[in-house]
Ligand binder design. Structure first.
Ligand code: FE2
Length: 191
């Protein structure tokens, strides 16, 4: 296994609820050449907080139509999925058709389709370890909208031991987020 990339706290500042907050650094690391079945990448997200916010991945969209599969190895995570909104055939990045929050733990698996921007948050007390099968290199365009809007639709924060969602004010008319399990999401996609 080899280190593929590492996201420092400084690099994550544009997408944090509080860009001045301190906490674990690096926020997460991605490893390659895992030698585990057909999995391509392993992401390890540190436990902790940045102010009230849970550590997370930067978040991105995919520029290609390939689905992406995740497997939760260990830890407790929430995958935020935000569905692209089209107006007259044009993508409007500050509006969302829907926002889904998938709570997932060890051995949960799910496949996501290309219309969803996505980011994982580590809501547990241990590192969140994930496998995925993504082989296409990311382009700067995959991160552009999320950088400009300072994160995904909702910031996942902690209040009195529970997850509290803070709406990202850079988005317009945000839909109420819907919580699902990994299994429920797969059934939902098949509908
Ligand atoms: Fe992805």
């Amino acid at each position: 296994m080899q280190l593929s990339s590492s996201r420092s706290l400084a690099e994550m500042k544009p997408v944090l609820a509080d860009p001045g907050a301190t906490g674990p650094d690096p926020v997460y690391q991605v490893f390659k050449e895992l030698g585990v079945d057909s999995w391509v990448n392993q992401t390890v997200i540190a436990p902790g907080r940045y102010g009230q916010e849970f550590p997370k991945t930067f978040g991105h969209y995919h520029g290609v139509e390939t689905p992406e599969k995740y497997h939760v190895v260990s830890g407790e995570g929430v995958l935020q999925l935000q569905k692209k909104h089209l107006e007259l055939g044009f993508w409007t990045p500050e509006k969302m058709d829907e926002v889904l929050l998938i709570k997932a733990g060890a051995n949960d698996e799910l496949v996501i389709t290309p219309e969803y921007g996505h980011s994982w948050s580590n809501v547990g007390t241990a590192p969140l370890v994930l496998y995925d099968d993504w082989t296409t290199p990311h382009s700067p365009a995959d991160y552009e909208a999320i950088t400009k809007l300072h994160g995904l639709a909702y910031y996942l924060t902690e209040e009195n031991g529970a997850i509290k969602l803070m709406a990202n004010k850079n988005y317009e008319d945000l839909p109420e987020p819907v919580w699902m399990t990994a299994e429920e999401f797969q059934r939902y996609l098949r509908k």
